[in-house]
Design a protein around this ligand. Structure first.
Ligand code: BEZ
Length: 325
């Protein structure tokens, strides 16, 4: 099914004749630092490709936004200047509005459900629009985990977000969530956050446990609300022009290897999420409020769905899917 949709995607991109078997070191960009789970799985993917291609294929990774922010990497993929990238679902919502549905507030109640959504046929359908909208092939989803709130000051209700500058991953659907409480969302790429927090340019951020640990944001924003307010996906992308040069066998090889490491990434986030929270409980100076559920945010689900459900049918389709779990 996945193979079929990828081949269909290739057809949409206007296939060039596949080149004969060749040796390639694919350039892969990502925004996360070398210590991140994604980067570890990209390194492992390179090994898998080497093994399965008898040494013909490997990957050189460009971490920490070395090639620019995610929007810049997407453009490079489109022209073929970059071969592969692991990008947030948030970035892709600019070109594929249906993907915004993955960021619906409280779509899932825990990370296991998030994994189920990302592995669903409904979510995979959204990937089919990537060739047309971005000139890339979306091989598979992985994830970052659930999103939490990290704040400089303590708050007792969502209304107290009013007037606060909250850093978000650039994406209109995430902006809407914070605007609905009167906050001022500050879209900013991951590598820029720590300094903005240290300089007092932002009052808090929307973030996952993995990055809270990696970047120690609690040093400047010690109040962590365990909200799990939205899930956060990643898409493993291959440049359309690069894809068009590959033979059917090589496409299949790369697709299967990439899928393996998307799956491992998801599995690692699912199994390590509780342990990450436990590690954060031990972090110096941190104050964690656990189990902050949707009630804290009042009628946000209805309000957000009213706005975004009018833009994409996938809001309702994904809510229906989760209701069926
Ligand atoms: C972020 O923009 O918050 C983000 C992006 C990639 C990985 C983790 C976090």
């Amino acid at each position: 099914m996945l193979r079929k949709s990828i081949l269909a995607a290739a057809a949409m991109l206007g296939l060039a004749l596949p080149a004969a078997a060749e040796t390639r070191e694919f350039r892969l960009g990502l925004i996360t630092p070398p210590v991140h789970v994604w980067n570890q799985e990209v390194a492992a993917l390179s090994e898998t490709l080497k093994e399965r291609s008898n040494g013909r294929f490997s990957i050189v990774a460009f971490p920490s936004g070395q090639l620019g922010n995610e929007a810049a990497m997407l453009q490079q993929l489109q022209t073929g200047a970059l071969d592969m990238a692991w990008l947030t679902s948030a970035e892709l919502t600019f070109r594929v509005p249906d993907m915004a549905a993955l960021h619906a507030p409280f779509l899932v109640s825990n990370i296991d459900e998030a994994a189920q959504v990302l592995r669903s046929d409904v979510a995979r359908e959204i990937l089919a629009d990537l060739p047309r909208a971005t000139g890339t092939v979306g091989v598979c989803y992985a994830m970052i985990g659930m999103r939490q709130m990290v704040l400089r000051d303590s708050i007792d209700s969502a209304d107290q977000l009013a007037g606060k500058r909250i850093r978000i991953t650039p994406a209109p659907a995430i902006s809407t969530f914070f605007e609905m409480f009167g906050a001022a969302p500050a879209p900013m790429p991951l590598p820029a956050i720590y300094d903005a927090l240290a300089n007092g340019q932002i009052d808090g951020l929307d973030m996952d446990f993995e990055s809270i640990i990696n970047f120690r944001y609690y040093e400047h924003a010690p109040y962590l609300l365990e909200t799990n307010h939205h899930m956060f996906g990643m898409v493993a992308l291959i440049s359309g022009p690069v894809w068009a040069q590959l033979s059917a066998e090589d496409r299949a090889l790369i697709t299967e290897a990439t899928q393996l490491h998307c799956d491992r990434t998801i599995d690692r986030f699912v199994t390590e999420e509780d342990d990450k929270l436990a590690r954060l409980r031990e972090a110096p100076g941190i104050r964690i409020t656990e189990d902050v559920g949707p009630d804290f945010f009042g009628d946000i689900v209805e309000r957000w769905d009213a706005e975004w459900g009018a833009k994409t049918p996938y809001v309702q389709r994904l809510r229906d899917l989760v209701a069926s779990f």
